[in-house]
Write a protein that binds this ligand. Sequence first.
Ligand SMILES: [Zn+2]
Length: 217
Amino acid sequence: MYILLMGPPGAGKGTQAAELVKKYNIPHISTGDIFRAAVKEGTPLGQQAKKYMDSGQLVPDSVTIGIVKERLAKPDCQSGFILDGFPRTIDQAAALDVTLGELEIKLDKVINIAVLDAELLQRATGRRICKNCGATYHLIFNPPSIPGECNKCRGIVFQREDDQETTVKKRLEVYMSQTQPLIEYYREKGLYAEINGQQPIDKVLEDIEISLRGGQL
Ligand SMILES: [Zn+2]
């Protein structure tokens, strides 16, 4: 099963990917992870990427797609993969098509876990973390027993800058503007499936499986 997984930050993509890995016994390929791995291992492409990053430049698509291609060509991808975090642009999507063609791989489905902005905002802005031990809380779903105080170590529970409303809103805006053209791209190819991510985790998974089997939601 060759799956491309999309979804805004906070939609629960990681959780669903972990379930799909177990279910289909295929690797979860997060481009952030393989990028860091290539840089760390110092592969030729990893070294190139590092050069750009060290000088504060964007890593060009040719390098990025090269790193993705190297990963997808590995033996564990022979019966499938869950690709996550790539492509981000139409150019990258077109480059991915070429690469997949070279590897004789055909995408089965592009799954987008859709969650409304208001819900994503609530999920993110409610997040709190203990300054001392790193325990995580959520003001609505999992609040500390004493407000502002960690249950485990009584440390101060605070909100990371990443989870503040303006930061989250900005992140979502960037994501949406990048993603909308990709949705159209894959919809035209008949690969696109939108999953309602505002359901319990197991129901989201069930819907993904129905969609992967070719069923209608
Ligand atoms: Zn703590």
